[in-house]
Design a protein around this ligand. Structure first.
Ligand code: VGL
Ligand code: ZN
Length: 211
């Protein structure tokens, strides 16, 4: 299989931020391995969108906000919420994009999880399943019909974004080797099942024709 991106294809780079890299507050195993792969394929895409997890201090998803144990689950207004270590706080080094991620050609950098009382794994719809980030509208206005997702973490922000992209009507691919997972209690296998059931296509970076 080989795919040549067209003017209606966008690469969406999810949350390649310092806090998700080794040494970061919510480090994803081997998370830095995605950077070279993403940099090698991004020149093939005419359209590039980058996302950032971007939380205010005291965010509802932080264990510290609730005096909860990290990685436990609490019921909040919009459903179960994993209690994460403080991460990707607005305007901190941890929230910044990885230094060596090539983003010069990105047309849009979109931030999510900015509301203190609402988390968002998805780049499209926040955790209340109602608040839109505006990304679907942006893509439609740009006549983009096909999206390719890469980044961190496979089983949270990549998976939720991919499923919402499918639901919003985009032809959706996840480039598996350009992603790494947190894998909390089987969340990676569950995420792939949910993505596959939703119609997300699972491909490898060497399927993308180099520009
Ligand atoms: C993410 C957990 C909490 C992600 C963001 O980018 O996958 N995971 N916030
Ligand atoms: Zn977060």
């Amino acid at each position: 299989m080989s795919i040549t991106p067209t003017n209606s294809s966008a690469l969406i780079i999810i949350d390649v931020q310092n806090d998700f890299l080794p040494g970061g507050a919510l480090a994803v195993n081997d998370g830095d391995a995605v950077i070279d792969i993403i940099n090698s394929i991004s020149p093939s895409f005419p359209n590039l969108v980058v996302t950032q997890d971007w939380h205010p201090k005291g965010h509802i998803s932080f264990a510290s906000t609730h005096d909860a144990e990290a990685f436990s689950v609490r019921e909040v207004e919009y459903g179960p919420q994993v209690m994460w270590p403080d991460h990707c706080v607005q305007a901190t080094h941890g929230g910044a994009l990885a230094d060596n991620l090539q983003t010069d050609r990105a047309q849009l950098i979109i931030r999510k999880g900015c509301n203190i009382g609402l988390d968002s794994y998805s780049a499209f719809i926040e955790a209340d399943k109602a608040t839109s980030t505006g990304l679907a509208g942006y893509l439609r206005m740009r006549k983009i019909s096909e999206v390719f997702l890469v980044g961190l973490a496979t089983d949270f922000c990549v998976a939720f974004s991919a499923i919402d992209a499918c639901t919003a009507g985009f032809d959706t691919y996840v480039i598996e080797d350009a992603c790494r997972a947190i894998d909390l209690d089987g969340s990676l296998a569950a995420a792939w099942k949910d993505m596959t059931d939703a119609g997300v296509k699972r491909i490898a970076s060497d399927h993308i024709d180099v520009a």
